[in-house]
Write a protein that binds this ligand. Structure first.
Ligand SMILES: [Zn+2]
Length: 286
């Protein structure tokens, strides 16, 4: 009996020892796992930090989240939360709309100009796709004269016809006027700005517009601006908002989006995004 008891005693000690070893080794493994888990988390955090840095470095390439329809002028300005109605204190006619921020900046610029004896009058502001379509098709179909005694319908080749209209008018879906950030001031005739009151207005804008965020996208063709629309001394753009829309536009809009009007098949042949939308004065570029 005594011998048997001794064997049992050692057996129990052995089992307890094995159990202790087992528990200890598990605890150690658990601690190791926990340690590695922490390391993984740390590694993840580090990767995030690196990604953050990458995003910061590439800020310029982040495409602003602007709806494609908005960029194409396919909105009703009276119903858009981004737009506001222009008071007829500032405009030649009723019913004009502008982007809210651009309008606030314009009001400040208008006030400063008044103090210098300059009266800035908005004659065109936000234009919808449909409005631009009317302008374009009136020219395309010969209902409106192009210049001199030339009608677009006198020109047989569709691309040549489009090129003549594109000297001063944008294709529907490609106008900066769709964005509400761009305005036409005082006169749609460059000659008006070459003498008298017109010259004073233009000189004032050249000296002061930038202080209020406005630039002239369509300066004369030359070294800095190789092509695109002809010079438009009347067209001014509110950069702080327009630059975002420009970046969104050139990243999101394709030639499939520039359709739904007479002659739209020429948009890709003439590469109007590259040759017109992007052909603006470097001062107006993001
Ligand atoms: Zn314009």
């Amino acid at each position: 009996m005594k011998k048997k008891n001794k064997v049992n005693y050692w057996l129990i000690i052995l089992i307890v020892l094995l159990a202790v070893i087992l528990v200890l080794s598990r605890m150690q493994r658990g601690a190791k796992r926990a340690f590695f888990r922490t390391s993984e988390v740390e590694q993840k955090i580090d990767t995030n930090k690196v990604n953050d840095l990458k995003i910061n470095q590439d800020d310029m390439k982040i495409v602003p989240d602007i709806d494609k329809n908005y960029l194409l002028g396919k909105v009703t300005p009276a119903e858009s939360s981004k737009m506001t109605r222009v008071s007829n204190i500032y405009s030649s006619r009723d019913g004009l709309y502008m982007h809210k921020e651009a309008y606030e900046a314009f009001k400040k610029m208008h006030e400063a100009a008044q103090e210098d004896g300059i009266n800035l009058i908005i004659i065109s502001a936000m234009r919808t796709f449909d409005h631009q379509k009317r302008i374009w098709e009136n020219k395309w179909n010969g209902r409106q004269i192009l210049f001199g005694d030339i009608y677009a319908t006198d020109i047989e080749s569709p691309t040549k016809r489009a090129l003549e209209i594109l000297r001063f008018s944008a294709m529907p879906g490609t106008s900066r006027h769709h964005w509400g950030t761009d305005i036409d001031l005082n006169s749609l005739n460059n000659n008006f700005f070459k003498s008298g009151d017109g010259l004073k207005i233009y000189q004032w804008l050249q000296e002061n517009a930038l202080k209020y965020g406005f630039c002239q996208p369509y300066t004369p063709h030359g070294k800095e601006r190789g092509g695109g629309y002809e010079e438009e001394k009347w067209h001014w753009s509110y950069m702080p908002v327009a630059n975002d829309y420009y970046t969104a536009y050139i990243n999101k809009i394709s030639y499939n989006d520039i359709s739904g009007f007479d002659g739209s098949e020429t948009s890709s042949k003439l590469n109007v995004i590259k040759n017109y939308v992007k052909e603006i004065d470097p001062e107006c570029k993001p």
